[in-house]
Design a protein around this ligand. Structure first.
Ligand SMILES: [Mg+2]
Length: 370
């Protein structure tokens, strides 16, 4: 006779990789050009339920899920995602616990939390320590590949939709940025916060500081993200220490571990810490990162994966906002049913649906199989 405990063992783990061409021929930021959005989707089964996790990473991560992690997670207690998380960290030790391996483990962790919530019949946000029932989001895009007209339409559209903050990319051709920022400001008005992201494009601290002064002084910019690479911890601290009042320095989207987050915080390298749930250790690690921020009285802002952060963001006391990234919002609507639309700049998870409340549109997704 089967027992409840048997039914709560994780069954099959499946990984799917998708490549969705960008809306335009190509898109770019300060340092990268891309033509597609890569999505890893992981499904896990237990007790007749299927948990779903996803993140934005290369198809190679699907191989790590199948070869290295599935065997560790299959048979694990479906009600103990933390236990599976610890085993996954050991399993990826020889691969390096960063990069692709961290993404594979993070996405599988998201699937396991979705599975647990479905087994218990609650929304994921209600399974986690919930501090709020909606998450402030900011519109994010403003690619350096856009014309000024496209930039105005996208950022102005988000402002008209009720977003309180919007973010654009800078730093590819810095000489163009004052006109681009002026166009963005004109489109969003004076009340909406303008944020900029250089994706590590500036060559050194003096150049980063010069642009910090201009963005804040001439365009009222309140946020400068990755003026230098996230690895340049000392340089980020120097920029943060000398940046104009009212301009927050943010970084952390390439934090793979709790230690990476602690390093940025302890070096006083950021005013706001960022992290990406599909890179930094999944749902299991987010509340711990929140704890690092709370202990230092510093705010947290989540990077990308909006349909996951609509739930997980409710569990983070230090969260000030989450990123509603254009490519990811688009991909989520193409791949999943049940994705919630932002209303007045808020992502409010649907608490009447179990787990993340989203379902893979299997037949539609096949055309993007990688
Ligand atoms: Mg960024």
């Amino acid at each position: 006779m089967s027992t409840v405990a048997d039914a709560m063992r994780v069954g099959r783990v499946r990984a799917h990789a998708y490549e969705i061409p960008t809306a335009d021929d190509e898109e770019s930021d300060g340092t990268l050009v891309w033509r597609a959005t890569s999505v890893l989707v992981v499904e896990v089964e237990a007790g007749g339920a299927t948990g779903l996790g996803y993140g934005y990473c290369d198809a190679a991560a699907a191989r790590i899920v199948e070869r290295t992690l599935a065997g560790v997670v299959e048979g694990a207690d479906a009600l103990a995602p933390g236990e599976a998380w610890s085993k996954m960290q050991v399993a990826i030790r020889q691969l390096g616990q960063e990069g692709l391996a961290a993404m594979a483990a993070s996405v599988l962790d998201i699937a396991l939390w979705d599975l647990k919530a479905r087994l218990l019949g609650v929304a994921l946000c209600d399974l986690l320590p919930r501090f709020r029932d909606a998450v402030p989001a900011y519109g994010s895009g403003g690619f350096t590949s856009y014309s000024e007209r496209e930039l105005r339409e996208q950022l102005g559209g988000w402002a008209a939709d009720g977003f309180r903050s919007v973010k654009m990319k800078v730093g590819r051709e810095p000489a163009r940025d004052p006109a681009r920022a002026a166009a963005a400001r004109a489109a969003i008005g004076d009340e909406v916060e303008l944020m900029v992201d250089a994706n590590g494009a500036y060559r050194d601290v003096p150049q980063a500081l010069a642009w910090a002064e201009r963005f804040a002084g001439e365009h009222g910019v309140v946020w400068l993200e990755e003026p230098l690479s996230s690895r340049a911890v000392r340089g980020l601290r120097q920029v943060r220490e000398r940046a104009p009042a009212g301009l927050a320095i943010a970084a952390g989207e390439y934090a793979w571990t709790l230690a990476d987050c602690a390093r940025l915080l302890d070096a006083a390298a950021v005013d706001v810490l960022q992290a990406d749930v599909s890179r930094c250790g999944g749902i299991t690690n987010l509340p711990r990162i929140d704890g690092l921020c709370r202990a230092r009285e510093l705010p947290f802002s989540a990077h990308c994966v909006p349909a996951v952060m609509a739930h997980a963001g409710c569990a983070l006391e230090s969260l000030i906002h989450t990123e509603f990234f254009f490519d990811h919002a688009r991909a989520e609507r193409l791949l999943f049913d049940g994705v919630v639309d932002p209303v007045d700049g808020l992502l409010r998870p649907d608490r009447s649906r179990p787990g993340l409340g989203i379902e893979l549109k299997r037949a539609d997704a096949e055309r993007w199989a990688a």
